[in-house]
Design a protein around this ligand. Structure first.
Ligand code: SF4
Ligand code: SF4
Length: 480
């Protein structure tokens, strides 16, 4: 992997190059440490991969903007209600106690990233990353107003005119409006979006809502409008460690040097072999469509986000020249070296098996999820107590959490030993959604009914409103 931005030659560094010196200067013997930003004007491209990318953009943006407007039952379909500490997702309600589901989702996301990167490189970056998705929209708006690459470059080079001012003003206004609605939608996942829109229209937004809308509006406008490829190249950590997930059998976008070189222009009617040329006509179109401004013909580079725009445009050139397609293509290092690609690698099976195991465990756990949670804590003041009428008594504190969105009162029952008597003072107290009840429960039994000193019992809490909402927990009953 080459790195076009590295500009320091260790052999040329100053003799006083302590870390402090290195940080305090901008150049080393005239070599720039930081690449000066030059605006990239990606040329519009069409083709199979462009269609796939646009489809992914449309699906993802539709999900993002429309999802919060749908309801599941009485509630917004996805709502992270932070003040109530409830997270409503497709009819299910999660509580902070369900945090391990979030952990499982993050593990699944990380493993999926490893899995798909090992198969086909930076699929995420090229088709699904929010930076790519939103930049695609901003580029579309820019092209609609200012024209394609050539017109944009001419407009930017030219002096200020009424036409230029109008175009720039319209472009930035549309970008800001789109960014603003992105911010509103984002906050709409935390505050019901219909109420939020009403507050917005009646100028009664709260300070936090205003702050986060402004924050996400600014972040979208800056990242997709101004910083674009800079985010991928300098800010995104994934670009830096993706190399660790690649191997020689990973599909990456590559230029076929053996077929394309030596590069050179020629007439369509000329035989390249007679001129000693390969198939690359050196038209530079693959560079002009690249959103990060690199030349894929220099080899795999970490700046390449795998968008496949260079494949589409080069295939178009090959068609026009009546050459075979795929001078730039998805391929593997092994294939380029003339070996057979091994798609069935052990690490892919390991990723897949772990993924299946975690997804299955999470699915089962969610399917069997109860709307009530129970913790049984034994009284720490003594192992057991003998009552005045000769019974053996054990006391427990039951922590009962109502994880439903309705109020419930709970009955407590005990089983596991014969003729057990249950005493509780706080039974049947109503628990609000999310409330944790502390129920103190005493169990009494005749000594003759105890076969051993430590006995397994089961405590069960059941909702009075819905008998399907019940949970049991094992405990020990201790005696002499
Ligand atoms: S688009 Fe294809 S033919 Fe044109 S310069 Fe790039 S690799 Fe060569
Ligand atoms: S080199 Fe090709 S695939 Fe990589 S970012 Fe540029 S256009 Fe996209």
């Amino acid at each position: 992997m080459t790195n076009k931005q590295v500009a320091i030659d260790p052999g040329k560094q100053s003799s006083t190059n302590s870390p402090a010196d290195a940080l305090s200067i901008d150049t080393v013997e005239g070599v720039e440490l930081y690449a000066k930003h030059q605006k990239i004007y990606p040329r519009k491209v069409s083709g199979l991969f462009a269609k796939l990318r646009v489809s992914a953009v449309l699906v993802l943006l539709s999900l993002y903007y429309f999802l919060p407007w749908f309801h599941w039952g009485q509630r917004q379909i996805v709502l992270f209600d932070l003040p109530e500490r409830q997270f409503h997702i497709f009819g299910m309600t999660f509580w902070p106690q369900d945090f391990f589901y979030l952990t499982a989702v993050l593990i699944i996301a990380a493993l999926s990233l490893f899995f798909f990167t090992a198969i086909a490189g930076r699929l995420w970056c090229g088709y699904a990353c929010p930076q790519t998705v939103w930049t695609e929209v901003f580029l579309w708006v820019e092209r609609k107003i200012e024209g394609d690459r050539g017109r944009q470059m001419k407009l930017d080079k030219g002096g200020m005119s009424v036409d230029k001012l109008k175009k720039k003003a319209l472009k930035h206004t549309l970008w800001i409006l789109f960014s603003f609605w992105t911010g509103v939608t984002f906050v709409g996942y935390f505050t019901p979006i219909r109420e939020l829109t009403f507050s917005l229209l009646s100028f009664s937004l709260g300070p936090w809502e205003l702050f986060w809308i402004a924050f996400f509006c600014l972040a979208t406008y800056a990242n997709a409008g101004w910083m674009r490829e800079q985010v991928c190249i300098y800010m995104c950590p994934y670009a830096r460690f993706q190399g660790a997930m690649f191997d020689k059998d990973t599909l990456v976008i590559s230029y076929d040097t053996a077929r394309g070189d030596p590069k050179g222009s020629r007439q369509k009617s000329e035989d390249p072999k007679e001129k000693g040329l390969g198939d690359c006509i050196n038209c530079q179109l693959c560079v002009q469509v690249c959103p990060t401004g690199i030349d894929i013909r220099d080899g795999l580079q970490y700046e390449c986000i795998g968008c496949a725009a260079c494949i589409d445009v080069c295939n178009g050139v090959m068609d026009k020249m009546d050459y075979n397609r795929d001078l730039i293509r998805y391929t593997t290092e092994h294939q380029l070296e003339g070996h057979v690609t091994n798609f069935l690698r052990p690490k892919l099976f390991i990723y897949m098996l772990v993924l299946i195991a975690i997804i299955t465990a999470m699915g089962l756990s969610m399917a069997n999820r109860s709307a009530v949670e129970l913790d049984v804590i034994r009284d720490r003041n003594g192992l057991y107590r003998e009552t005045s009428n000769g019974l053996i008594e054990n006391t427990y504190t039951l922590k009962v959490m109502n994880k439903d969105t309705q109020v419930h009162s709970f009955d407590v029952t005990a089983s596991g030993l014969p003729n057990m008597k249950l005493l509780t003072s706080s039974q049947a107290l109503p628990a609000e959604p999310g409330e944790v009840l502390d129920l103190v429960v005493s169990l009494q039994i005749k000594p003759v009914d105890l076969e051993r000193a430590s006995n397994k019992i089961e405590l069960t809490v059941t909702s009075q409103q819905d008998s399907d909402i019940a949970i049991s927990e094992e405990a020990r009953f201790l005696g002499p």
